[in-house]
Design a protein. Structure first.
Length: 87
C-alpha cells in the first residue's frame, strides 16, 4: 500500500491550512496468477484451496478485491486480498 501526501495547502478564500492525503491501493496479484484462498468461515462457508485470478475488482475499504475461479467449481468467487496468498 502506498500513501501519497501533499504539503499543506490554503483553503480558497478563507486562509485556513489543511493537509491533503491521497491513498492509492495497488493490487498484489495479477490476472492469470494462481493463488491460495483461505475461506472466512464466519460469513459464508467456502472451499479453501488454489484458485486462478480472473479479474481485478475495485477496493473494499482498505482491501483490494479479486474475482477468482477454482478448476473444481463451476462458478467464480469474490475474494479480498487479505484472504489470498501466493500459491
Amino acid at each position: 500500500m502506498r500513501v501519497l501526501s501533499q504539503p499543506l495547502q490554503r483553503d480558497r478564500g478563507r486562509g485556513r491550512r489543511f493537509c491533503v492525503m491521497e491513498r492509492a491501493l495497488k493490487h498484489k496479484f495479477t490476472v492469470g496468477e494462481t493463488v491460495y484462498f483461505t475461506a472466512s468461515n464466519v460469513a459464508r462457508p467456502a472451499a479453501s484451496g488454489t484458485y486462478e485470478v480472473i479479474r481485478l475488482l475495485p477496493t473494499d475499504g482498505d482491501d483490494c478485491q479479486y474475482r477468482i475461479k477454482s478448476s473444481t467449481e463451476a462458478f467464480e468467487r469474490v475474494a479480498k486480498e487479505s484472504q489470498l496468498d501466493i500459491s
